[in-house]
Design a protein around this ligand. Structure first.
Ligand code: ATP
Ligand code: MG
Length: 267
């Protein structure tokens, strides 16, 4: 078996290659000890390949086992390539990889090289933290369920609403101001609406950055990865639509949460 583990700021993702198939498992970072125990149980003599910001912390807990730490961006790029190859006939030679984890990072991947193009503190952690502050709900699965029933119109201000009847210089349905429709006197919004707007803020931020970085790098494909996309239909939908409007192909692989883990396993 090949075993790759990506220990990030929020979740530890493990990918195990066994009998030609990938087995996936994730643990909250708070369960790092349980994760280490599980790794001891499932793994044979082979060394465990680690990556991510908490790889060192996990390595400490894997005493007595051989483990090696690999650089996060390089292995994630390799994992993204593999996941796209499972789903499509061709993998682009060059692409932008946007990883929406706790935070967001953008990497230009081309001919075996990786250039970090920046990032944003707006990411998956923002969905949990800001939604939590607004609604008291901190559970990711509950948050995405609520968001699917939410409407953003009470909270987010569109370009069309600012131009009100006039011809806007850009598409009227673009968001002019996230949360900009909220005022002291505006009618109250539901938790569902608030969470949908938080996801909208994260979606539009990571997409805008990705489009600009892709243009700068001269590529028209962006691969979006990270656990923030797991089951998150609203995020997926906004990212795809917004990219399409700019002529950018957004690829959001299934199991994109495991890019780093797969890449590490194969390193
Ligand atoms: P980073 O790469 O920034 O160090 P990470 O690798 O831990 O962090 P990911 O696992 O890619 O980040 O994504 C974490 C985000 O995924 C969370 O902030 C949250 O929005 C979302 N998420 C998806 N599933 C869960 C879950 N079961 N528990 C908590 N957050 C989840
Ligand atoms: Mg990560």
């Amino acid at each position: 078996d090949r075993i790759g583990v990506d220990a990030g700021g929020t979740l530890i993702k493990a990918a195990v290659h066994r009998e030609e198939k990938w087995i996936y498992r994730s643990f909250p970072l708070s369960q790092i000890d349980a994760c280490a125990e599980w790794l001891h149980l499932i793994s044979s003599e082979r060394s465990i390949h680690l990556t991510g910001g908490k790889a060192g912390k996990l390595k400490e807990r894997l005493r007595g086992r051989t483990s090696v730490i690999f650089p996060e961006f390089a292995v994630s790029a390799e994992g993204a390539r593999q996941l796209i190859a499972y789903e499509r006939d061709v993998v682009p030679d060059a692409f932008l990889l946007t990883n929406v984890g706790t935070g967001t990072s953008l990497n230009y991947v081309h001919s075996g090289k990786i250039d970090w193009m920046g990032g944003s503190g707006v990411g998956g952690g923002t969905i949990i933290g800001l939604s939590g502050l607004l609604t008291g709900i901190y559970d990711f699965d509950t948050l995405i369920q609520y968001a699917s029933r939410g409407r953003r119109t009470m909270i987010d201000l569109t370009v069309a609403r600012i131009y009100e009847g006039e011809e806007p210089p850009i598409a009227g349905d673009l968001t002019a101001s996230n949360f900009g429709a909220v005022s002291k006197d505006s009618s109250s919004s539901s938790p569902e609406d608030q969470i949908a707007s938080v996801i909208g803020l994260v979606a539009e931020t990571v997409t805008s950055l990705s489009i600009l970085a892709a243009q700068r790098a001269g590529v028209n494909t962006v691969i979006f990865a990270g656990s923030t996309f797991s089951g998150n239909e609203l995020l997926t939908e906004i990212v795809k639509r917004y990219c399409a409007e700019w002529g950018i192909t957004a690829m959001i692989p299934r199991h994109g949460a495991y890019c780093g883990a797969i890449g590490a396993a194969c390193s």
